[in-house]
Design a protein around this ligand. Sequence first.
Ligand code: SAM
Ligand code: SF4
Length: 336
Amino acid sequence: MYKSALFPNVLVDSYGRQIDYIRLSITDRCDFRCVYCMTEEMTFLAREDVLSLEEYSRLVKVFVELGVRKVRITGGEPLMRKNALQLFEAIGRLPGLNELVITTNGSQLEQQAYALKQAGVKRVNISLDSLNATRFRKITRVGDLDKVLRGIAVAKQVGFEGIKLNSLLMRGINDDEALDLAAFAISQDLDISFIEEMPLGAVLHSRHASYVSNEQTLTLLRARYDLIASTATSGGPARYWQVPNKKTKIGFISPHSHNFCESCNRIRISCQGELHLCLGQENSINLRAMLRGHPHDDAPLKQAIIDSIQVKPKGHDFDLNRATPAVIRFMSHTGG
Ligand code: SAM
Ligand code: SF4
């Protein structure tokens, strides 16, 4: 990977892990209400509690100056944030940044994919949990499958360097679609990752009952395809397999069955500017106060970030058997 001599990486934690990847949530709002992610009646943050686009832009610039090379914009649904494109354009222009990527539910891609590509977005992750319109509606509560499929088609035409589908399987709801989702990805020359459900926030169903292990999904897929273990790694929780003679890689994001913490290279920033050093731990550092308290001087903000990296926990703390989740916040708040 290209290393900028201009901005050497100073973000190394106490376990020697180099942090060069941030995931930034730019809204907690969403046009979907996926059953594993949100409740039907969500209370969203007040506008003044969420960072402005200028504040996100400043924050990302500071992180890049500290050595971050990859930025993923997420949410909530990032494309529901008003004028989000301006932020993508500002981040896309930052010297020293190698990769600007987005995670989206795909509902706005039909209209926005071209502008995102122009702004410098290299890769797009699109969530897709079902190919059956009725079931898709049931999982997302309000989503329109056709709209998302049209968004995927436009994203393909636009020519991003990579498009990956993210599919979360739930027992008794869509776990019978693993093969169909993989076949769809292969037919479209897209990558696909299967995500294990994480106990983030209290939802209506039992996380334990709905949990589908990626081991099980992998076994199913290997019975159909001669998958070849891939050396590709994102430094995160995903393990990849190549489908022979096809473009598609199949990934498995397995926080439960595979402990990925030792190679963790990432941190998350919530839409309120809380720096979460680990998705599976509650502790966070309030960067909004630093941003607003020092509007014209980045030095205190930089120091706070450097100091906080030193307390990045060794690993996550997920346990499906717990009656209440270890992590109270929803994925839509911290950013998936
Ligand atoms: N709205 C966008 C989307 O759906 O892609 C971006 C944000 S969403 C929170 C990012 C990813 O988090 C999605 O792929 C979703 O499936 C995943 N996600 C949400 N809640 C989750 C949970 N409890 N466990 C595991 N993954 C979750
Ligand atoms: Fe919205 Fe994404 Fe959460 Fe679904 S997973 S409710 S699309 S933020």
